[in-house]
Design a protein. Structure first.
Length: 274
C-alpha cells in the first residue's frame, strides 16, 4: 500500500472545537451553547426577497464584488451605523460569509512567515486560517474580568515582521466590546508600525447596551483598515453565507479577485435577499 501524499499545510490543522462540540451536542439532543446560532427565525422580509430572487431567475454568477444593489445597501448601512464612508463600486467586496471575508483579506495581506497579532481568547477559525496560509500568530492576552489588554503587552507584540493586527469586536468568544480608547491605542500602533488592521464585526448589533465603535471610522486609519461583517448574526441566516469587506480600493480589488478564484461569488439569490 502506497502512502498518499498530503500537503504539509493541512497536517496540523483540525476541525474547530466549535464544530466538534456542536456535533457531540446534536448526538445527544442537547442545548447547543457553543456555536453562534441565533435563537430567532430569519425575518420574513429577508426570506421573501430571497424567494422572489429565485423566482426571478437570479441563478447565475454575480459580479465578483457582489451585486451592486447589495453593495449600495451595505454602503448606506456603513455610513449610518458604523460612521464609515465607502464607495460601493470600489471599496466593498461581498464574500461567502465573514469567514470567507477574513480568508480573502488574510490571503491579500499576509505572506508566509508574516506575523498577525491576535487577541486571546480568540475565534479558532481566525487562527486556523492564519496557520493554514503560513502566517505566524502573535498573541496578546485579554484579561478578565473586563477582558482588557495591557498596553505594554500590545506594544511588545509589534516587530518588523508584523503585517496585520486582528480586532474582533464584539469579541468572539468573550463578548468584549472594545472601547474607543482601546481602539485608538491600536490605531496609533498600527500607524506607527505601518500594519493593516483587520476587524471582524459580525456581532456588531449584539452589544447589550454598550456602544459599538468601528475602528475604520477613525480618519487616521481609514486607509489601512479592513472592516469585515455580514448578515449571519444580524438576520439569523448563518447558513446563507453572505459577508462583506470594506476597505481601500486597491486592497478591495485584490480581495475581490481572491474571492473569485476561491468560490466565484456568494449565492446570487441570497445576495438579493439580504
Amino acid at each position: 500500500d502506497v502512502d498518499k501524499p498530503i500537503a504539509d499545510r493541512v497536517k496540523t490543522i483540525s476541525q474547530s472545537d466549535i464544530r466538534r462540540y456542536s456535533a457531540i451536542c446534536a448526538a445527544v439532543s442537547g442545548v447547543n451553547l457553543s456555536q453562534g446560532v441565533c435563537d430567532q427565525p430569519a425575518p420574513d422580509a429577508v426570506k421573501e426577497a430571497a424567494k422572489q430572487a429565485i423566482d426571478d431567475d437570479h441563478a447565475i454568477y454575480t459580479n465578483l464584488r457582489g451585486i451592486i444593489e447589495l453593495r449600495q445597501a451595505v454602503a448606506e448601512k456603513m455610513r449610518k451605523f458604523n460612521g464609515i464612508e465607502c464607495d460601493p463600486e470600489t471599496e466593498i467586496a461581498v464574500n461567502v460569509g465573514s469567514a470567507g471575508s477574513f480568508a480573502c483579506a488574510a490571503l491579500s495581506t499576509l505572506n508566509p512567515g508574516d506575523e498577525c497579532i491576535v487577541f486571546s481568547p480568540f475565534y479558532s477559525y481566525h487562527v486556523n486560517l492564519l496557520e493554514l496560509i503560513g502566517a505566524k500568530v502573535r498573541y496578546v492576552d485579554l484579561r478578565p474580568p473586563d477582558w482588557s489588554y495591557k498596553q505594554a503587552d500590545l506594544e511588545a507584540a509589534f516587530n518588523e515582521r508584523t503585517k496585520v493586527i486582528l480586532v474582533c469586536t464584539p469579541n468572539n468568544p468573550t463578548g468584549k466590546v472594545y472601547s474607543e480608547s482601546e481602539l485608538r491605542a491600536i490605531a496609533e500602533l498600527a500607524n506607527r508600525h505601518n500594519v493593516w488592521i483587520a476587524t471582524d464585526e459580525i456581532y456588531e448589533y449584539i452589544t447589550y447596551g454598550r456602544p459599538h465603535i468601528s475602528i475604520g471610522s477613525f480618519p487616521e486609519v481609514q486607509d489601512r483598515t479592513l472592516t469585515i461583517s455580514g448578515a449571519s448574526k444580524t438576520y439569523a441566516v448563518t447558513g446563507w453565507r453572505v459577508g462583506y469587506t470594506i476597505g481601500p480600493s486597491e486592497i478591495i480589488d485584490r480581495i475581490a479577485v481572491v474571492s473569485d478564484l476561491l468560490y466565484i461569488c456568494a449565492p446570487a439569490p441570497l445576495q438579493h435577499g439580504i
